[in-house]
Ligand binder design. Structure first.
Ligand code: UDP
Ligand code: MG
Length: 141
């Protein structure tokens, strides 16, 4: 099934100058880019985006990190995009991520781990709508 997922290049990846390399990696893996922008998330916006984790011990640090610098949300489409994108990015902790995955290549640690990936079709659509309007996802490319 053709699915959509949300990628976010997180502040560690953007500030380290890895934006171009990660976008090239995305395209090499055959994802279609439906929308892409650079944003500075406020603390409020980052809190809202990660609301599902609000009871977790890492929540405050995660919100602070995600609002610490520019992020690049990218709406992606592919056959089995949810599972495929999680395969391409690797485990949450780069120490456990497989060789060649984006997190293995670019992540610093479990918190500053270069990229986001949606965990279900439903959340992918919800997360894409958090950053992109329908008009921004029109068939442009
Ligand atoms: N995170 C963290 N410490 C943890 C687990 C997660 O800082 O012990 C951060 C990390 O940036 C991760 C995000 O919270 O990407 C969301 O966590 P999740 O378990 O959903 O991991 P993901 O789906 O991003 O692999
Ligand atoms: Mg997750």
């Amino acid at each position: 099934m053709i699915e959509r997922t949300l990628c976010i290049l997180k502040p560690d990846a953007v500030s380290a100058g890895n934006t171009g390399n990660i976008i090239a990696h995305i395209q090499k893996e055959g994802f279609r880019i439906l929308g892409l922008k650079m944003v500075a998330l406020s603390g409020k916006a980052a809190s809202k985006f990660y609301e599902v984790h609000k009871e977790r011990p890492f929540y405050a640090g995660l919100v602070e990190f995600m609002s610490s610098g520019a992020c690049v949300p990218i709406a992606l489409e592919k056959e089995n995009a949810i599972a495929e994108w999680r395969r391409v990015i690797g485990s949450t902790d780069p120490a456990e991520a497989a060789d060649g995955t984006i997190r293995k290549l670019y992540a610093k640690n479990k918190g500053e781990n270069a990229v986001h990936g949606s965990d279900s079709v439903e959340n992918g659509l919800r997360e894409i709508a958090f950053f992109f309007t329908e008009a921004e996802l029109a068939d442009l490319a």
